[in-house]
Design a protein around this ligand. Structure first.
Ligand SMILES: NC(=O)c1ccc[n+]([C@@H]2O[C@H](COP(=O)([O-])OP(=O)(O)OC[C@H]3O[C@@H](n4cnc5c(N)ncnc54)[C@H](O)[C@@H]3O)[C@@H](O)[C@H]2O)c1
Length: 419
């Protein structure tokens, strides 16, 4: 099988949406144009494990224009857009293995199909390809020159591998680029997570108490946007600095068990495990909606909730009702999978423009520099990051000032003080 998608008949609809996203991804389009003439990835096999969305399709088109031979699989069982997967196969000639709602064995069969491609470069969102290669598919290590990683949770896993001396090739941490996490994690997750909750439930946010667990880049974005829509936002944190920041940003901060008692909608974005667990379920307000936008659905202890429930049923697509022994109801969205991708379409193209510009340029950087890079996790070079910010501003028609020669000299000097 050289692809595995739901239905190739969806391909035309997918192409139309891919082109729509492309019209808001000018930075990536300019890279694609350059790649088409310079072919920096010529002859290289790339195995990508990313959310199969319209924006990812445009990244795949860019890598292909650069000469790469690509296989793409999903990085989450519920994030695939089936029309996009079909269009990638039918219209863009990219071997794709992804079906929305695939079960765990199928998910890993798809990851294995990507590894069977014998990659020279890996491109992960959550480190599943790299993790599997190191644990079970070590024969693939021989051909790999390096990889890239998209998200916070993936970078944490890779740094843990590196600290254990287990990581066998260099990887660029795309997530650490300023033009990635400051925009994608904050504004992208902020908007698309609420979009997912709203599309799934059609609930009004104004006047509701919305709890955000985790006040990192994603949590800040969600809190900011929910506040803007009139929700009463509560933040739960374990880091005193982040908690203090949330307090000074004007939010109530309290322990999760206390937040549970007043929560109408709860969103987890911590990258941690069992953030909503037994004590929170015991205190949860009747009718509360809970969802996760962190990388893995272990942020909510779903097996425990399932065991506690006297009955469950799907009340709307991707909205599961759990009735507890005392009659309280809890509604879980999308089985705790990334709610912005499972219930909506993931981040808007405009932010993915920068994230995926970083991915494309990180792949080019890896090809040019792999010989001199030891196994480890590397940042996106600062000049690439700054170049993307500059280009993005240009495409937005925003002009900024430049330092004068006098200012440059002043800022570089140490001998001018109080006058
Ligand atoms: N939904 C998406 O499309 C999307 C996009 C980007 C990142 N992510 C994922 O979202 C998660 C968060 O990413 P980030 O960039 O905001 O990370 P981050 O490191 O900036 O923030 C995570 C925050 O969670 C806090 N935290 C950890 N354990 C906690 C607990 N038990 N209770 C409360 N707070 C806790 C940490 O102190 C930290 O402030 C990661 O899993 C990341 O991969 C998802």
């Amino acid at each position: 099988m050289d692809h595995h998608v739901k239905d190739l008949a969806l391909a035309d609809a997918g192409k139309s949406r891919i082109e729509w996203a492309d019209s808001d991804m000018p930075v990536l389009a300019s890279i694609r144009e350059r790649f088409a003439t310079e072919k920096p990835l010529a002859g290289l096999r790339v195995s990508a494990c990313l959310h199969v969305t319209t924006e990812t399709a445009n990244l795949m088109r860019t890598l292909k224009a650069g000469g790469a031979d690509i296989v793409l699989c999903a990085s989450n069982p519920l994030s695939t857009q089936d029309d996009v997967a079909a269009a990638l196969v039918q219209h863009y000639g990219i071997r794709t293995y992804a079906i929305k709602g695939e079960d765990t064995p199928t998910y890993y069969a798809h990851v294995d199909a990507a590894i069977d491609h014998k990659p020279n470069i890996t491109m992960d969102d959550g480190a599943d390809v790299v993790g599997r290669i190191h644990a079970e598919r070590t024969e693939a290590l021989a051909g790999i020159i390096g990889g890239t990683e998209e998200t916070t949770t993936g970078v944490i896993r890779l740094r843990a591998m590196d600290a254990d001396g287990a990581l066998k090739f260099p990887i660029v941490s795309v997530n650490d680029a300023n033009t990635k996490h400051l925009f994608d994690n904050r504004y992208g997750t902020g908007q698309s997570t609420l979009d997912g909750v709203i599309r799934a439930t059609n609930r009004l946010l104004a006047g509701r108490t919305l709890v955000v667990s985790g006040y990192g880049w994603c949590g800040r974005g969600i809190a900011m946007r929910a506040d803007g829509m009139g929700a009463n936002v509560i933040v739960c944190e374990i880091d005193p600095l982040k908690a203090l920041e949330a307090v000074m940003d004007g939010y109530r901060v309290m322990p999760a068990v206390e937040a549970a008692k007043v929560c109408d909608i709860w969103l987890t974005v911590t990258g941690d495990i069992n953030v909503i667990d037994s004590p929170m379920f015991d205190n949860l307000k009747d009718g509360a909606i809970i969802a996760n936008s962190g990388h893995f659905n272990c942020e909510i202890n779903i097996p425990h909730l399932r065991a506690k429930a006297v009955s469950t049923r799907e009340v709307r697509p991707l909205v599961e009702e759990f009735v507890l022994a005392d009659g309280r109801k809890v509604f879980l969205l999308a089985d705790g999978r990334l709610v912005n991708l499972a219930c909506a379409e993931g981040h808007p193209a405009s932010v993915m423009d920068m994230s995926f510009a970083n991915q494309a340029l990180a792949a080019e950087y890896m090809v040019a520099n792999s010989a001199s890079l030891e196994p480890g996790v590397y940042p996106v070079p600062a000049d690439i990051d700054a170049g993307i910010a500059k280009l993005k501003l240009e495409t937005m028609g925003v002009k900024i000032d430049a330092l004068t020669a006098e200012q440059e000299q002043y800022l570089a000097s140490w001998n001018e003080g109080t006058v």
